[in-house]
Ligand binder design. Structure first.
Ligand SMILES: Cc1cc2nc3c(=O)[nH]c(=O)nc-3n(C[C@H](O)[C@H](O)[C@H](O)COP(=O)(O)O)c2cc1C
Length: 188
């Protein structure tokens, strides 16, 4: 085995799109790969200072989190390399359309299949370089075209992408290969 030293290579990372409104109600989005589950109803995202973090302050910490897809990959990367701080027409370039989320003051981007409505609960280790945002998931919205026959989100229909931190690539998620909490039973 070859050693590579201390690297936070959590494989793979999600490609989150954080949606916020600015103080004038203009929608913004940013890409965040350093995020994950915190608790049963909470998520955590490592946030540096951005237009997004200012928007969070202006909206009582309310935001949305969606998941990038193969079809939205270019726009999702674009919102991660350009800031609304110096590109006022940032969102127009994505071609994304949005509507206000039903439970929080934040945009739902219609091109993204699944969206979590979130509200900040606390900041951890806040400093000049940012903080860890812990947020409550208030509600989850799923575009009806991605529901299965039972009315539940069918992730296999969404063409989701993941971030691969070793070579800085986006990878399309593959097919379902087994049932979790179950397929291991054959070795019991
Ligand atoms: C793949 C990728 C992952 C990123 N992950 C994060 C992250 O987890 N946290 C963060 O603060 N910024 C992250 N960024 C950077 C922000 O998305 C970027 O600075 C963005 O321009 C901020 O937009 P805003 O200033 O309009 O809010 C990431 C960017 C890319 C391309």
């Amino acid at each position: 085995m070859k050693s590579f030293g201390s690297k936070p290579w959590m494989l793979p990372q999600p490609v989150l799109v954080i949606g916020t409104y600015n103080e004038n109600g203009v929608a913004n989005a940013m890409n965040a790969a350093w995020g994950g589950t915190w608790d049963m109803h909470e998520i955590v995202i490592s946030l540096a200072p951005h237009a997004t973090t200012r928007n969070l302050e202006a909206n009582g910490g309310e935001f949305t989190v969606s998941f990038a897809t193969v079809e939205t990959m270019v726009s999702a990367d674009y919102v991660g390399i350009v800031s609304a701080n110096n590109t006022p027409d940032k969102m127009e370039r994505t071609g994304w359309t949005c509507e206000k989320a039903p439970n929080v003051n934040a945009p739902v981007f219609k091109q993204l299949p699944l969206t979590m409505e979130c509200r900040m609960k606390r900041k951890i280790d806040e400093s000049d370089t940012g903080y860890y945002l812990v947020a409550e998931v208030v509600n989850v919205l799923c575009d009806e075209q991605y529901l299965d026959a039972d009315g539940n989100p069918d992730v296999s229909k969404m063409n989701l992408i993941a971030y691969e931190p070793v070579a800085h690539k986006y990878i399309a998620l593959g097919s379902v290969v087994g049932d979790a909490f179950s397929c291991g039973k054959q070795l019991k």
